[in-house]
Ligand binder design. Structure first.
Ligand SMILES: Cc1ncc(COP(=O)(O)O)c(C=O)c1O
Length: 349
């Protein structure tokens, strides 16, 4: 048996904090479909305020937040421009197409940033042959691009092009607060120019479940209807919302610790022969390492780490993701670096 378990597969593996469990136990609840759950109402108001938007809605997951977020501002046959590495395009089971009849048009992204000129070029002219471009989707932080924190300027530049062409902008901010902490910018400023935004209460903020969708009051009224349609109308959801309030009040500033741990991990790994890490790309809690020595099989490396209790992501080609979160300590990082040396055959266990 390994000496300990260090789970770096994702920040989705976090356990609720004692304060969350206590708040969930004590939560005042009601029927949220009737709008009568006071804890949900409090969380939605708090989230809207933190994001500088008129209204917010609690959903079960980030995927449901993005799906409802898209459905509430598109029609069947519309097109949404997305980054080619975006979670919406790669990892949401084609929901926009299957459930919304919305076609996705992927364009390149570099460290999470879409080039405004590429966005503009992708917008369809009015023509009976073409789908109607309705939406541009952004992602911040950008998961597959290694947790990149996308700046206010890069976000605003795409929003400016989209709005000039009468399109709306949705931001998948599953890890929005990681971006805000890394950039030293309020989350509300990061999302000021977008029309709709989701963030996850689970992941780095540590809740057992839940995501928020925010935007104008009229948009959230429409989204509430779509949430009901996809089966997301919740009853005594204050049980979940109570943890979300604790997350927003106590778990945001500490994300900086996760970022420090990720940097230490990245720097340590980058010194090991056979592994490369683009250190400039490590901006938040995600480390993308690359097994550059062709003699090392990435899957074998993952297995050798797992044998020592260190769980990391499944390889994408030769790239492997490791994610820090509040249950990972600096000591766990030292343990992980030692395990990597063993996995590479540099030292014996
Ligand atoms: C960028 C991004 N968006 C959306 C999601 C979906 O969240 P969920 O797993 O809660 O559906 C994830 C999950 O990892 C993500 O990384």
């Amino acid at each position: 048996m390994p000496e300990r378990i260090v789970d770096l597969r994702s920040d989705t593996v976090t356990q609720p904090t004692p304060a969350m469990r206590e708040a969930m136990y004590r939560a005042e609840v009601g029927d949220d479909v009737y709008g009568e759950d006071p804890t949900v109402n409090r969380l939605e108001a708090l989230a809207a305020e933190r994001l500088g938007k008129e209204a917010a809605l609690l959903l079960l997951s980030g995927t449901m937040g993005n799906l409802v977020g898209l459905l509430a501002q598109t029609r069947r046959g519309d097109e949404a421009i997305v980054g080619e590495h975006s979670h919406i395009f790669l990892n949401e089971a084609g929901g926009a197409a299957a459930l919304g009849g919305v076609q996705l048009f992927p364009i390149p992204s570099v460290r999470g940033v879409l080039d405004p000129a590429r966005v503009e070029a992708a917008i369809r002219p009015e023509n009976v042959h073409y789908p109607r471009t309705a939406l541009v989707c952004l992602e911040n932080t950008h998961n597959r691009d290694g947790g990149a924190a996308v700046s206010v300027e890069a976000t605003d530049a795409v929003a400016e092009v989209a709005h000039r062409h009468g399109l709306r902008v949705h931001l998948d901010g599953a890890r929005l607060f990681n971006a805000a902490v890394a950039l030293g910018v309020p989350a509300s400023r990061l999302v000021q120019s977008v029309d709709s935004v989701t963030f996850c209460l689970s992941k780095g903020l540590g809740c057992p479940m839940g995501s928020i969708l925010a935007g104008s009051a009229a948009y959230i009224t429409e989204a509430r209807r779509w949430r009901k349609m996809v089966g997301g109308g919740l009853r005594q959801a204050g049980i979940i919302a109570a943890a979300g309030i604790v997350a927003l009040e106590t778990m945001v500033d500490r994300l900086a610790e996760d970022h420090r741990n990720a940097r230490r991990l990245a720097e340590g790994l980058s010194q090991l022969p056979g592994i490369a890490v683009d250190l400039d790309a490590v901006q938040t809690n995600i480390v993308m390492l690359e097994i550059v020595d062709p003699r090392i099989d990435p899957w074998q490396f993952v297995r050798a780490m797992a044998e020592q209790g260190v769980k990391i992501g499944s390889p994408y080609g030769r790239r492997i993701r490791a994610v820090t979160h509040y249950q990972i300590t600096p000591d766990d990082i030292d343990y992980t670096l030692r395990a990597a040396e063993v996995a590479l055959g540099l030292v014996t266990a």
